[in-house]
Design a protein around this ligand. Structure first.
Ligand SMILES: Nc1ncnc2c1ncn2[C@@H]1O[C@H](COP(=O)(O)OP(=O)(O)OP(=O)(O)O)[C@@H](O)[C@H]1O
Ligand SMILES: [Mg+2]
Length: 245
């Protein structure tokens, strides 16, 4: 993994909303083909960080480079698949119409477009609901459709903000098998999660607490460093009173 070139480089990033400091001194390199997981309590700053990497928001100071391009940069949209924490779907349209809309945005056309729509919908197990209006989808179905859209243009980089919320365990497993396959084929994957068994599947983890990146390492290393037997224990250690700030 360490032989791979850097895909995402975050250098001394801070983010403020008015006077409220939400992130500070975040530096992190993510190599190509890594599955990197961001963990942290609710409100820690995970979504704020991934939004800057996806180019949806801009750092107050420091910088984010993706494939050596300074973010935000509109043309990087084609390289990045971003799944937001709250679904950004057109409720009055069918799933197929949503997919077709985003496919056009990503420059997919004709037979390739149709084939990719079929592939991603099969992956998230929504093939039989392709023509249904999204307003009639359940919460988990909307999540799955958002994931399908993020995967649609086979991006080099996938940024997934809590992708498996509301997705049942069987499908969650097949989603993770697909993420692992994509990573083996060279896709870089940044994922936020509160689910500990997903954290184990990441090659490296970053723990965010109150806007600071307080630990980065493989799940094994983080457990060793905290003398924990589970990631959950390590997480509680870093999130709890043991941390010297
Ligand atoms: N647009 C905004 N304006 C002001 N404050 C914001 C804005 N977006 C986020 N924040 C604040 O930034 C902090 C971090 O929020 P963020 O959404 O990044 O947390 P998170 O780690 O993703 O949490 P969760 O696990 O609940 O999704 C919170 O205190 C939040 O209120
Ligand atoms: Mg969030």
């Amino acid at each position: 993994m360490s032989t791979n070139p850097t895909c995402i480089q975050i250098y001394d990033v801070a983010k403020r909303f008015d006077s409220n400091v939400v992130l500070e001194h975040i530096s992190l390199d993510i190599p190509k083909a890594e599955i990197f997981g961001l963990l942290g309590p609710s409100g820690a700053g995970k979504t704020t960080l991934v939004r800057m990497i996806a180019g949806i928001d801009v750092a107050s100071s420091g910088y984010v480079d993706v494939l050596n391009e300074r973010m935000p940069k509109l043309s990087m949209m084609r390289q990045i698949g971003y799944m937001a924490q709250s679904d950004a779907l057109y409720m009055e349209l069918s799933a197929k119409e949503n997919l077709t809309f985003f496919a056009a945005l990503f420059g997919l056309k004709g037979a390739e477009c149709k084939q990719r729509i079929d592939e991603v919908m099969e992956l998230v197990n929504l093939t039989s609901d392709l023509k249904k209006q999204v307003s009639q989808y359940s919460g988990g179905m909307k999540r799955r459709l958002s994931l399908a859209i993020a995967l649609l243009h086979s991006p080099d980089i996938l940024i997934l903000d809590e992708p498996t919320v509301g997705i049942d365990p069987v499908l969650r497993q097949s989603v993770w098998r697909e993420l692992e396959r994509l990573s083996r084929d060279g896709t870089t994957i940044l994922v936020t999660t509160h689910v500990m068994d997903e954290a184990y599947k990441c090659h490296r983890l970053g723990m965010i607490r109150e806007g600071n990146l307080i630990a980065v390492g493989t799940p094994k290393k983080l457990m060793e460093q905290t003398a924990s037997t589970t990631i959950e224990e390590a997480f509680l250690y870093y999130g709890g009173a043991h941390h010297e700030n």
